[in-house]
Design a protein around this ligand. Structure first.
Ligand SMILES: Nc1ncnc2c1ncn2[C@H]1C[C@H](O)[C@@H](COP(=O)(O)OP(=O)(O)OP(=O)(O)O)O1
Ligand SMILES: Nc1nc2c(ncn2[C@@H]2O[C@H](COP(=O)(O)OP(=O)(O)O)[C@@H](O)[C@H]2O)c(=O)[nH]1
Length: 228
């Protein structure tokens, strides 16, 4: 008999560690890590209709409109009938959350609550490999070769909107749009909030929560595990 699929969402302000923690969850529990930013980059690279449209917003540092996001992501999630997944970066508005709700029942929502000073420090030191979305931090997880992506060797870049001047507005925006989404998931009883300044200290709590819900992957089987 097929094991029940597990579907989770991770939320948090820019720099809260969604991408970093999602990778750890994917590695430890075999969930597929889905990222709205990666979906958008793939669509932009493939010149799809939604990708072309999304690019006009992203280039201006704007959020992509809800109807574009849902048109892009929901069909992909509906296709994932054999994989457990963790979604990072979607939903980020109430309209997106309601649309997701009509497509699937989430098992769990992780919300990261990280102080502003910490976000500011992390993001001003965040380096990104634009083609893949891989993320580095010069103190926390530096690349093997300074300024170069570990896998491709291509140059890393910094985003202007990761700098402190842009961050205040981004955080304010996050708080405004995320609050009703958090309230919705709280009312459904699936929200789990984690607070702190270091990913390595938050991770054991997330790990133990997930261990009560999904079996860990065996140590030896880290490559191509057939997902439940
Ligand atoms: N759910 C969404 N709704 C609307 N726009 C989105 C959504 N997810 C991503 N975007 C847009 C806005 C982002 O500037 C762009 C790239 O997303 P992403 O790779 O998550 O980077 P980011 O740097 O803005 O997020 P973060 O700092 O939280 O990691 O795509
Ligand atoms: N110093 C430090 N940096 C961290 C920590 N956790 C994540 N980072 C870095 O902070 C930045 C933001 O993390 P990321 O996972 O991209 O967050 P996201 O924007 O929520 O997806 C990246 O450069 C990470 O490498 C931490 O505990 N300490």
């Amino acid at each position: 008999m097929m094991a029940k699929l597990f579907r989770a969402v991770i939320m948090g302000p820019p720099g809260s560690g969604k991408g970093t923690i999602s990778e750890r969850i994917a590695q430890s529990f075999g969930l597929k890590h889905l990222s709205s930013g990666d979906f958008l980059r793939e669509n932009i690279a493939a010149n799809t209709e939604a990708g072309v449209l999304a690019k006009t917003y992203i280039e201006r540092g704007l959020m992509v409109p809800d109807h574009v996001m849902t048109r892009l992501l929901l069909p992909r999630l509906e296709e994932m009938t054999r994989h457990s997944w963790l979604m990072d970066g979607f939903p980020c508005t109430l309209a997106q959350a309601k649309a997701l709700n009509s497509t699937c029942d989430l098992d769990l929502v992780i919300s990261l609550n990280i102080p502003y000073e910490t976000l500011k420090d992390r993001l001003s030191d965040r380096w990104i490999h634009p083609a893949s979305g891989r993320v580095y931090n010069m103190g926390f997880n530096p690349p093997h070769v300074q300024g170069r992506d570990d896998l491709s060797g291509e140059p890393l870049i910094q985003h202007d909107n990761d700098q402190p001047e842009a961050l205040v507005a981004r955080l304010r925006h996050y708080k405004d749009v995320a609050k009703p989404v958090i309230d919705l998931y709280k009312s459904k009883g699936i929200l789990h909030m984690f607070s702190g300044t270091e990913t390595d200290r938050i991770w054991p709590y997330i790990n133990s929560l997930l261990s009560t819900k999904i079996p860990s992957r065996p140590e030896t089987d880290t490559q191509h595990i057939p997902l439940p």
